[in-house]
Design a protein around this ligand. Structure first.
Ligand code: SF4
Length: 265
């Protein structure tokens, strides 16, 4: 090895450059003073994240209101953080030919623990029916641990106008294949009549009947959105309501009753 003296790769500054070097960094600060501010006024003003952002999960529905989840548990097996718990149920066990989802099985219990979830999206890739997708909702904080376990009713996509709430029979003459292919576009008259017989007070009946009779267009699936912006007083009231619900939830959890967190629509 030769004892070659160290030579910096960058050219050495002249005497004036050396003199100004300590204050040169302030040029960046100074120029930033004239640029527009980028501070987000969250939570009073909410900014939508990029379209492919991995946020809160959603369990989707078919246009007639049946659930897409078949309780296969592939999402739970794919989850590297063990955040998903699924128990399947048999549609055959439901009375009078009712179905929660097309085919033999449905997701009877579905939980995602958002204290464990790392939002990697592997569950989405694993799902064979596109039942599970992710929305752009990033507001997933909560005051209690139990409240961060989202149950099926929290994760199910909201019923769109014209969809018929499950359970009810599948569209006559179809199998799960027709559902997967997108050939079911809305509830039928037979499904509406079935629900009218078994749940005459169901609030989705009238809108579904209009779709079945061709008086209204087929339903467009909805998804969970960010809650609208609130002013400070409104946000405080909403947080207090959520704490009460979560406290109730913890009590129910301790007594073994199914957790039913609310206030997350
Ligand atoms: S969400 Fe998809 S992968 Fe998970 S249990 Fe339901 S159908 Fe199976």
């Amino acid at each position: 090895m030769t004892d070659k003296p160290y030579e910096p790769l960058r050219p050495k500054k002249g005497p004036i450059g050396e003199l100004l070097a300590p204050v040169a960094g302030f040029g960046v600060t100074f120029s930033a003073m004239f640029k527009p501010t980028v501070t987000e006024q969250y939570p009073r003003k909410k900014t939508a994240p990029p379209k492919r952002y991995h946020g809160r999960h959603q369990l989707n529905r078919y246009p007639d209101g049946l659930e897409k989840c078949i309780g296969c548990e592939l999402c739970a097996w794919a989850c590297p953080a063990d955040a998903i718990y699924v128990e399947g149920g048999d549609n055959a066990d439901l009375p009078d030919g009712a179905h929660m989802s097309p085919g033999e099985r449905y997701g009877r219990v579905y939980q995602i623990n958002y204290l464990r979830c790392i939002f990697c999206g592997l569950c989405i890739e694993a799902c064979p029916t596109r039942a599970l997708t992710m929305t752009n909702d990033y507001e997933l904080a909560g005051p209690t641990r139990a409240g961060m376990i989202y149950e099926k009713q929290d994760l199910l996509a909201p019923l769109a106008e014209g969809m018929l709430a499950a359970p009810h029979p599948m569209v006559e003459g179809t199998t799960d294949t027709e559902y997967y292919r997108g050939e079911v576009t809305g509830p039928t008259r037979e499904q509406v009549e079935w629900v009218r017989t078994h749940r005459p007070d169901d609030p989705t009946l009238d809108a579904a009947a209009d779709v079945a009779d061709g008086k209204a267009p087929p339903p467009t699936p909805r998804k969970h959105e960010l809650r609208p912006s609130q002013d400070r007083a409104e946000a405080t009231r909403a947080a207090a309501t959520r704490s009460n619900v979560d406290a109730r939830t913890e009590t129910q959890g301790a007594t073994g009753v199914a957790l039913t967190p609310g206030g997350r629509a």
